[in-house]
Design a protein around this ligand. Structure first.
Ligand SMILES: C[S@@+](CC[C@H](N)C(=O)[O-])C[C@H]1O[C@@H](n2cnc3c(N)ncnc32)[C@H](O)[C@@H]1O
Length: 312
């Protein structure tokens, strides 16, 4: 318990101390991650073109008034991308990364440049952003299918409130999970690519997270690093976790699970998930909420970022 607590404390302290007071993890690791992330971002001047944005299902989670902000330099305050990069250094096994909600790929792109020889999975309702796809090679379509399998979803939904231990907006959730209501109006796809620069294998699931058929595609995998940043409400976080549990997607030996945007109802979902993981792994599991910047960096207020991790 002690060792893991110290790891998290020192990472946070290091990230906050503007790289000076950090002693446990060498300063240069944090400085290097931050510098690499900013260098990676400086290579992209425009994240999304008009056609891609205007023909999207969900505007890549980027409302019109923030569209130009996505292209601005993010400054030097620590972001969740920096945190993911620094924490990943504590994983002993090769990184197997899953990002729920990739959007234009700003965080994903930073991480595939930081990580080497890993497998990185993106799960996003939109098509892969051409800006991100352009840097990848060896495209292979693994699977394409019809949207719905609401029967299984309903089975999972029945147990969701029991797990949550609280009343959820099940009417909204079952409506959102219904095949006919999915925002993705084209057949979902699962594809693979190579990112040659860092020798990463990239897998891209262009599919609705509220559809169980999507999760089945990655049901064979164990992830030791997960970033949940798709649909931001309590029901969605419970649903995601139900899928992660059902398909055994968390690597039991070691995992780092990160959520953006706490400080509201979503915190209750993450606290309940922590409780469940704590019951399973006892004091090996740590929970912490950390104020950090998000994908807009200094151009936006602080995000509350939750971390649950079990190190080996
Ligand atoms: C806040 S953005 C993600 C930002 C990204 N993680 C980053 O840091 O660069 C949220 C994304 O979740 C996606 N999303 C929303 N609902 C979804 C759903 N039902 N299934 C899959 N993705 C969804 C949106 O399209 C949007 O691109």
């Amino acid at each position: 318990m002690h060792r893991y607590f110290l790891v998290l404390l020192f990472v946070i302290r290091g990230i906050y101390a503007n790289d000076t007071a950090f002693t446990f993890l060498p300063n240069d690791v944090i400085r290097k991650v931050k510098a690499e992330n900013r260098k990676t971002l400086s290579g992209i001047t425009r994240w999304i073109d008009d056609t891609t944005y205007n023909t999207s299902f969900y505007k890549y989670g980027l409302p019109e008034h923030l569209r130009s902000v996505i292209d601005l330099p993010i400054g030097n305050l620590a972001t969740y991308s920096d945190l993911l990069g620094v924490l990943s250094k504590y994983l002993k096994k090769p990184i197997t990364y899953l990002e729920l909600g990739v959007s234009v790929g700003k965080n994903f792109y930073q991480l595939i440049n930081l990580f080497e020889n890993t497998e990185c999975f993106g799960f996003e309702i939109e098509k892969i952003n051409p800006t991100l796809e352009r840097v990848l090679s060896n495209y292979q379509l693994i699977d394409q299918w019809d949207t719905g399998d609401i029967i299984e979803n309903q089975l999972c939904l029945e147990n969701l409130e029991i797990f949550a231990g609280k009343k959820l907006n099940m009417e909204w959730l079952s409506g959102t999970c219904a095949k006919e209501n999915t925002l993705r109006k084209e057949p979902p796809t699962f594809a693979s690519y190579k990112y040659k620069k860092t020798n990463n294998d990239i897998f891209y699931l262009s599919a609705d997270i509220f559809n169980e058929n999507s999760w089945k595609r990655i049901g064979y995998k164990k992830f030791n690093l997960i970033f949940s940043d798709a649909f931001h409400n309590i029901e969605s976080l419970f649903f995601e976790y139900a899928m992660i549990e059902k398909y055994g997607l968390l690597d039991e030996d070691e995992f780092i699970f990160v959520w953006d945007d706490m400080g509201n109802e979503m915190t209750k979902a993450v606290l309940r998930i922590w409780e469940s993981l704590y019951t399973k792994y006892k004091e090996k599991v740590l929970f912490q909420v950390i104020p950090l910047r998000g994908w807009f960096g200094d151009n936006e207020i602080t995000h509350q970022v939750a971390v649950i991790m079990k190190l080996s």
